[in-house]
Design a protein around this ligand. Structure first.
Ligand code: ADP
Ligand code: MG
Length: 248
């Protein structure tokens, strides 16, 4: 069997004394567009930060293509949740997108013409080449999310971790971003996408990870995204789900 792209063994994470993730085991194979589903506070963002080596873990081991994340930084791109980004930071769209090139540069190396071309192409892919010189803070939520995805494309990574990329974006942006993510998966890239809209899980993803501090289930959407597993995952929030008609 080939090495999984992401392998998580017995991962537990606490903040101070509060447990966020408990004994998580996961193996993700390449070429999947995998939704990560769970209620608020389930540990979804924590899982990403642990995979990225951004937080201390209590127990467990994490491997990316069989290696430690420290040796794989270039290959993994992370798009954080929108509310974790400082939008008032003075930077143009082009500045932000070009940041995706830095992992490919040595400290003394400057960005060159080819980096700018890659950035231009990423902006074209996202349908926003005309925004290159605008300040990031002036843009709409949908436009900002397109910029962050353009930066991610610019990194030419193999693995994408996207934290709620569809929150606060318009329908056209959601469709555009989804098309790009599905294309990346078809090209053998591996994508984990934290997602909160249960009604679009089946249309957006081929796999799903369902967590609520513990792993509930991971597998093909067709087989594991069942009413029973949704109930298990959102147990504490059942009254809300009944009201929305998602389960009943
Ligand atoms: P999700 O992304 O699924 O909403 P998180 O991974 O952000 O959940 O958070 C999981 C739990 O850990 C929550 O109870 C949250 O309050 C807590 N938590 C997250 N980040 C921190 C932090 N930096 N310090 C303390 N507690 C945190
Ligand atoms: Mg989160």
């Amino acid at each position: 069997m080939s090495t999984p792209v992401i392998s998580v063994k017995d991962l537990s994470v606490s903040y101070d004394r509060k447990r966020a993730l408990t004994n998580i085991f996961l193996e993700i194979e390449e070429g999947h567009l995998c939704g990560v589903i769970g209620p608020n506070g389930a540990g979804k963002s924590t899982l990403f930060k642990a995979i990225l080596g951004l937080i201390d873990i209590n127990t467990g081991s994490i491997r990316v293509e069989g290696k430690r994340i420290e040796d794989m930084r270039k290959s993994v791109v992370y798009v954080p949740q929108k509310d974790e980004v400082d939008w008032q930071f003075p930077a143009t769209v082009m500045d932000i997108v070009l940041q995706g090139r830095y992992p490919h540069k040595k400290v003394y190396q400057r960005l060159d013409k080819s980096d700018r071309e890659i950035a231009q192409n990423a902006l074209k892919d996202l349908g926003i080449p005309h925004l290159a010189n605008r300040q990031i803070g002036e843009l709409s939520g949908g436009q900002q999310q397109r910029v962050f995805l353009a930066r991610a494309l610019c990194q030419q990574a193999d693995i994408f971790l996207l934290d709620e990329p569809f929150v606060g974006v318009d329908v056209t942006t959601e469709e555009r971003i989804l098309e790009i993510l599905q294309q990346l998966a078809r090209n053998g890239k591996t994508l984990l996408v934290i997602h909160h809209d249960l009604s679009s899980v089946e249309s957006h993803f081929d796999q799903v990870i369902m967590i609520n501090q513990r792993l509930i289930v991971h597998g093909a959407v067709d087989t594991v995204f069942t009413k029973e597993n949704i109930e298990k995952t959102f147990r504490a929030q059942m009254p809300i789900l009944h009201k929305t008609g998602l389960i009943g």
